[in-house]
Design a protein around this ligand. Structure first.
Ligand SMILES: Cc1cc2nc3c(=O)[nH]c(=O)nc-3n(C[C@H](O)[C@H](O)[C@H](O)COP(=O)(O)O)c2cc1C
Length: 308
């Protein structure tokens, strides 16, 4: 028997809907989630805020919600109804809406500077971005030279980054290998100055987080559709997000840009700042360096490598 637990954000807040979660009190791992779209949410809000009763038909006829005076039931096609006391639902739902309105961030769709025809053809946009002709003299196409010369930067010049370079840095993340190729990560490309300031605070007040290009890499284990325990999927997602960030970092160097990887973050503050329910793994801050510096020393390769 599932008990109503909470109203929560959808995984990506741009959806502007919510998740209603029921849990099994005898088994922490078991839960049932009903996803409400923005329209569903606003219909339910109308009923509950007016303290009335009624029926909400979910978008695409996925099911319905019946709000009665004492109990409400959520009827999703092909599943047993989930119930909750109407007073409990109203309290949690209205509180969610109140908080939600305070923090809502509208993500918009990423529009690359490349204009190409049918972008829905798999990888066409990605290939176009990665292989487009460029007059740029600073483009370093020798991977090993990029590796040998990369150096982190904490002082960025005011100079704007060209759109095509941003496209490439983002596209590089999309080329990273991921567990089962499920791409268990998301990239938040932060343009909003206020959000950048919030990220500075979320990163222990490291001021250079407010960089010309700020990318937040988040884990999204729910994308990893492999039949393994949740801990394994979580491990895959952090590895996916980390490799993608490293790919973008190397791409930035190849483009004559510099970056700083930020791992010292308060995860919840980052999530609040960018408006997601997904846990961040790192922030990558990119720009033109004020000064180009030599790479930092590393361990002797002989000490690092252990031959077995
Ligand atoms: C997992 C990880 C976390 C890091 N976190 C921070 C950070 O929070 N703040 C910062 O200034 N640098 C951070 N860095 C950058 C490292 O300090 C930097 O990469 C290291 O000193 C080596 O310098 P290099 O990148 O120039 O080779 C982080 C790097 C990694 C890989």
């Amino acid at each position: 028997m599932y008990e109503f637990a909470k109203v929560d954000y959808p995984y990506v807040k741009k959806d502007n809907g919510c998740r209603l979660v029921w849990t099994d009190p005898h088994d922490n791992d078991k839960e049932k989630v009903i996803y409400l779209t923005q329209d569903d949410l606003s219909h339910l809000h109308t009923v509950l805020s007016q303290k009335s009763t009624g029926r909400v038909t979910l978008e695409d006829n996925a099911g319905s919600i019946i709000v009665n005076e004492s109990e409400s039931s959520f009827n999703i096609k092909g599943d047993k109804p989930l119930t909750v006391k109407t007073s409990v639902l109203a309290e949690k739902f209205l509180k969610f809406i109140e908080d939600h309105d305070k923090v809502i961030i509208k993500c918009t769709e990423y529009v690359p500077s490349q204009k190409i025809g049918e972008v829905d053809v798999k990888n066409k946009l990605l290939s176009a971005i990665l292989t487009s002709e460029t007059k740029e003299d600073k483009l370093d196409t020798d991977l090993f030279h990029v590796m040998a010369t990369r150096r982190s930067t904490r002082k960025f010049a005011e100079k704007q980054i060209e759109d095509w370079k941003i496209d490439r840095v983002l596209a590089a993340a999309d080329t990273a290998p991921t567990a089962g190729n499920f791409q268990g990560f998301e990239v938040f490309y932060v343009k909003d100055e206020k959000v950048k300031e919030m990220l500075v605070k979320a990163a222990n007040n490291q001021p250079y987080v407010n960089a010309p290009l700020v990318l937040v890499f988040c884990k999204n284990p729910s994308r990893v559709k492999l039949n393994f325990p949740p801990e394994t999927l979580a491990k895959f997602a952090i590895q996916d997000a980390t490799i993608a960030c490293a790919y973008s970092q190397l791409a930035a160097s190849a483009l004559g840009l510099s970056s700083i990887w930020i791992g010292m973050i308060d995860e919840q503050k980052v999530m609040d700042a960018i408006g997601t329910n997904l846990r961040p793994s790192s922030i990558l801050c990119i720009g033109y360096p004020v000064q180009k510096r030599n790479p930092r020393p590393r361990r002797n390769l002989k000490d690092l490598i252990h031959v077995i």
